[in-house]
Design a protein around this ligand. Sequence first.
Ligand SMILES: [Zn+2]
Length: 465
Amino acid sequence: MFMRRGISRSTTVGAAAALALSCALLSAQTVITPPDNKYTPAQDVELGRQAAQEIRQQLPLLDDEEVKSYVEGLGRRLAAAIPRELQHSEFRYTFDVVNVREINASALPGGPMFVNRGMIEKAHTEGEIAGVMAHEISHVALRHGTAQASKATKYEVGSVLGQIAGAIIGGGWGQVVSGASQFGFGAAFLRFSREFEKQADIEGSHIMADAGYDPRDMANVFRTIEQEGGSGGPQWMSDHPNPGNRVEYITKEAEKLQVRNPIRDTHAFEQVQAHLKRLPPAPSTEEAAKQRGRPTGTSGRDVPRPTGRVEPPSSRYRTYNEGNIFQVAVPTNWRELPSNNTVTFAPDGAYGQGIFTHGMEFGLARNESHDLQDATDELLASLAQGNPNLTRPSRYERVNIAGRPGLRTAVSNTASNGSRETIQVYSTQLRNGNLLYAIGVAPEQEFPSYRNVFDRVVGSLRVSE
Ligand SMILES: [Zn+2]
């Protein structure tokens, strides 16, 4: 059961960073200007509130006063250090601890933040936890979530607020509600552009310094997270891609900030780590999802689920126009299942709860490297976040897709129920460099009869951007 994913929205916001000299001897800290934003701070609050409500119902929150008050105390201290010009009176910074063992943290527009228990357990110092939280707080204060949505094309994110909320919860949302599959907690949130990442690093270093922490601990925690690894790499890194030279520019900024006697290890930090050791160990995100079973849906939606009874693809085809970006013809017995940022075509019985067993998904992905193969590698790495048993491609075939250079590769996946499936991936580029991809999924044994269908569907593609 292959997991669907939300695509990343493309943005081209320049990191508005200006250097100024405050005096002859000391260079001043880098000035960060929030990116353009079509939304109001009140809209940030509203969609963050909606998303937080669903997340609180779906994720296992750690109900432990000692841990909660420690993280809240740390969060309040950082939030109080947000510079005046980035404070929004509507915003409420809240801090929840998710009882899962992977290192991760996420923040929603308007202020709700979720810190994984694993983040606190694996940090070497309090400064490291502060580093991740200051980075997340900076995304919120700079309003990166809605700024990113402001830049997206209609197809990529949709125009109404509800869809933005959905985009932030992401294509991964179906994965969160699906007890059957693995899911990445971080997949439920926006993946930020590298420009926004750098802004959050720099602003976060200022907030840390003002709150009494050494910004170099932010660089340290990113190393800690990288070492955490796991199949497909740590989720946090996938949601917060390294803009390049991360450690170097944070270190440089830290030198300008000159924090004396920074807070590093505190008694409270040692106490909370010792306390966590005495609690039953945190489950993995995957285990937590299984333990929670299959929620029937908090909004009463009757979510279909794959039944395994699937008709073979019809030999007749129907054409769909997707957001004036592309046209594609698919077997007439496949349904069009638009998601927030992707569209899946699948027969009845083959889809539901964020997964599909037979069919094809189309989506767009940001391509900052502008190299087709690099972008396709990145796409596959992000697919592996939600599908930990996905193999890596051994080679790419060069193919023609809609008159453009394209790539095709097949990989295999073992779903959490043990069934094996073959995934055929196609990619090409839009004129703006972003990746248009198609993912064909079929059970391994049925793949030989689906391969030609996938090729025929992709052969029908007409791309207008
Ligand atoms: Zn980030």
